[in-house]
Structures are given as C-alpha cells and as structure tokens.
Write a protein that binds this ligand. Structure first.
Ligand code: 5CA
Length: 442
C-alpha cells in the first residue's frame, strides 16, 4: 500500500477526550472513528488488525473441533421470554419494534438463539458433543461506554456454545475451550491468565475470565505470580491431559474482585508471590448446565429417556483485543507502539527520502517493495513528500514492527533496517526477508 493513497487519517495531536493510551492511539492513528457514543467505524488500519485477530481466534477454535456458523444480530424477543431473560437483562438490551409491531432486539449474546437452533434439529445424544461458534457484532447499551472500543456499545465478539449429555462430558468441552483460549492469546503475544470469576447475567456456577495485566484495566485481580509460569505447550486434546492442565492452573489462587476472599488469599499465597493488580478481561468462559436447555426444552434422546443437554458458553472480545494489545505493548517511556507481527496492520514499512527533483530513492524503494510483496509480506511504503524524520516519527506511532529506511547513501548489500524499538542494522534484502518471515511463523 502506498501511504499517499491510503486512508489513514492521522491526527496532529492526541485527542483530549481519550483517557487511556489505546483510545488515544487508535483515534490518533486513524484506526477508528466514533460515530456516536460507544459506537465506532473501523478504518483500514484498525480493521486490518481486528481481522488478523479474528483469523487467529477462528483457527484456534477450529483446532479444538468447534464448527463455525453465523447467527444474525437481530433476534426475536420470543426466545428470550422462554428463557426468562427478557425482563432480567434490563436496560443493557437494545429493544426494537419492527413494522408489524413485533418485539425484536439487537443481540447482546446468543445463548437463547443457539439453543433454539440446536433443539430444532438435534434429537439424539449420538450427535453430541456439538460445539458451535460465530464471530458477530453484539450490542449492549452500556450505561457508561468508555475507553474507546474497550467498553463500547457495539462490539465484535467470538461466542461459542457447547452441548453435551452429561456434566462430565460438558467439562471436557469446557476444558477444550480453556486450552484454545490459552493458545489464542499466546499467538497474540499476550500473557492472559485464567481466573475464577463471577457468572453475572450469563449464569451457572463455573466460570473463568482470561485477564491480561494492565494498569488501565477495569478488573481488579488477586493472584499468585507463579501462575504465569504454568506451561500449556504439551497439552493434548484428551480428557486427562486437559484436566491436568486446568489443575495446574487452579493450584494457584487466582480470582477477580467479586470472588476475592482475603483470608484465603493470605493463607494460600506466600507473601512474596502475591499480586494484587488490575487487568483487562479479554475472554470469559461459562459452564451453566441446563440453565437454558431446561426452560427452552432442549433435550436429546438418551436410552429411551429425554435428557436436557448440558451447556456452556465461551466469549472472546475480538474488538476489545485491539485496544488490549495496545495497552499491553505500548512502550510508555519511549512513546513507541510495536504491534506483534501476528496482528500488525503491515509487516514492514519502507521509508525513502523523497525529493521533488530526484526520485532515485523512491525508485529503489519501489523495487524493494515489489520484492517484499512477492514474498507475501504486507508492506506500507511512505511515498509522500514529508521529510525523513517526520516519516520516522509518524511510523513510530503507527507501530509497524519493521522499517526499511532508504536515504542518500543507499547500498543494496547494506540496507538500513530497523526493528521499531531496536538498533539499526545494515543488511541485505534477503536477510531482511528471512528475519521477518522467521518472526511470522513463531
Ligand atoms: N455469552 C457469553 C460468552 S459467549 C458472554 O457474553 N460473555 S461476556 O459477557 O463475558 O462477553 C465476552 C467478552 O466480550 C468479554 O470477555 C469481553 O472481552 C467482551 N466484551 C463484553 N462487553 C464488552 C463491551 N461493552 N465492549 C467491548 N467488549 C466487550
């Protein structure tokens, strides 16, 4: 992409209305634009990051055997009346009437709709487990939308649902998601810890929030630092291995605010391992048995008897993750953002000196651009007439992890190459390609 033709409306200064780094940076670099309170348009730079996150989330769901579907954003109120949540959900639910005066709503979550889909076609326990997910916009009329896309009204969520015949089987499904979540956040270069959490309006009695540490987070957490060292890399998708994984995490006291018990914390966690800090909730998984299947009569035939299926639901805040990654990765001291390569809007930028009377640097830059494109790398080349130092300032803000700088002393065996928060190297284009590609696969 050529910067001169891109749609990246960068602001000169930090917008004053934004209180936290991610909100400031997303507005400043033209990733998003507010359209009304808590509702945003996603512009190319922000959209590219969100789509890369979405794809990683999708691949990790697929890996543990979850099937993708797509449910609508608008739902009928009927199913919510069946489950009993139509009144309970309160003012956070956006209620709409259609031209026939039917009560509709913009879905804040999909337990009812998926249960309705399930019950109308699955009849036998032999079709279980069923694990289904979709990635779709949600709407919650939050009282105080804030921090940009971190707590907004319209947001993009991956929500998955599991259907099983027994508690034991349902916990197996729960644990598959537990592993998928750890792997997803790892690929996003985030250290997200699972914490025992409250279930709120979703319900049930088993639940984990996945939290990344950040001072600007809205969740207070109490944890044993040793939980950060739990290794999930050798876990396989079978009951024993997954149970073992969860036990390894649950050995360490780790809870959110609502579950906090001072005595337990002090008894279970030696002082030097205690951590009481703030974090951002990027995922939340729930097990709630027959909370929806019973009132909505979702049952299967099991040896001649009708059994209500046991359900769980599993959310990831795909749009929130864009902000959460900024909060986790922004270098406050040097005022530099560096995207993990797995989600960066572009892999590398090319910054040539541009000059009205001499386009030799730009021509060299274009040749390099073509070679990198041939190697399947996403490149943003700054072909504007700005001077080199303001180009560099601008690109430090955008956070594309690698820069190729083409100045007056260009030497094709010693190209100026910089990892955004690191020293400059002078290497060949082949070496540059190797470095970036290597980073992309890890
Ligand atoms: N049905 C369940 C699981 S599918 C559910 O809705 N869970 S949730 O309420 O915890 O939401 C899942 C994830 O969506 C949260 O972990 C969070 O990352 C994200 N999320 C929730 N509310 C908002 C919001 N107002 N703005 C941005 N992201 C949000």
């Amino acid at each position: 992409m050529f910067f001169s033709k891109s749609f990246i409306p960068i602001l000169k200064n930090n917008p004053t209305e934004a209180k936290i780094k991610s909100h400031q940076l997303m507005l400043r670099t033209g990733m998003i634009k507010q359209s009304s309170a808590g509702i945003y348009s996603w512009l190319p730079l922000g959209f590219r990051v969100m789509k890369k996150i979405e794809q990683i989330v999708r691949e990790e769901q697929n890996k543990v055997g979850v099937q993708e579907i797509l449910m609508p954003t608008i739902q009928s109120s009927e199913i919510w009346k069946e489950s009993g949540r139509y009144d309970d959900y309160g003012e956070e639910m956006l209620r709409i009437k259609d031209r026939q005066n039917r009560e509709m709503l913009y879905g804040p979550t999909n337990e009812e709709l998926i249960t309705e889909i399930f019950r109308s076609s699955v009849k036998s326990y032999k079709s279980l487990p069923q694990l289904l997910y979709h990635i779709q916009w949600k709407f919650r009329d939050e009282l105080r939308p804030r921090f940009g896309i971190m707590r907004c009204r319209e947001f993009y969520m991956k929500d998955a649902y599991s259907f099983d015949i027994s508690d034991d089987e349902a916990l197996f499904s729960y644990n598959k998601f537990f592993l998928a979540y750890l792997n997803t956040f790892k690929r996003l270069d985030l250290s997200a810890i699972p914490m025992a959490a409250d279930t709120g309006p979703i319900g049930g009695n088993l639940s984990h929030e996945f939290i990344i540490l950040a001072d600007t987070g809205e969740s207070r957490i109490y944890t044993d630092k040793r939980i950060f060292d739990v290794d999930s890399s050798r876990t396989t998708i079978d009951k024993d291995s997954l149970t073992h994984l969860r036990n390894n995490f649950e050995k360490f006291y780790s809870v959110t605010d609502e579950k906090f018990n001072k005595d337990k914390f002090e008894k279970n966690v030696p002082e030097e391992h205690r951590l009481n800090t703030k974090g951002i909730e990027v995922g939340h998984i729930f097990y709630f048995g027959d909370k929806y299947s019973k009132p909505m009569k979702a049952s299967v035939d099991f040896n001649g008897k009708k059994e209500f299926v046991k359900m769980g639901s599993y959310g990831i805040g795909v749009s929130r993750l864009v902000g959460a990654i900024i909060e986790a990765k922004y270098d406050n001291k040097n005022e530099i953002m560096k995207w993990p390569i797995s989600v960066s809007p572009y892999d590398c930028s090319i910054l040539p000196i541009t000059n009205k009377n001499d386009n030799s640097s730009l021509e060299k830059a274009l040749n390099i651009y073509k070679t990198l494109k041939k190697n399947n790398l996403d490149i943003l080349i700054d072909d504007t007439e700005e001077n080199l130092s303001s180009k560099m300032k601008k690109f430090n803000l955008l956070g594309i992890p690698y820069q190729i700088i083409i100045g007056n002393n260009f030497n094709e065996n010693k190209i100026e190459f910089k990892e955004i928060n690191n020293d400059t190297k002078y290497i060949s284009l082949n070496e540059i390609i190797k470095i970036i590609k290597n980073k992309k696969v890890h």
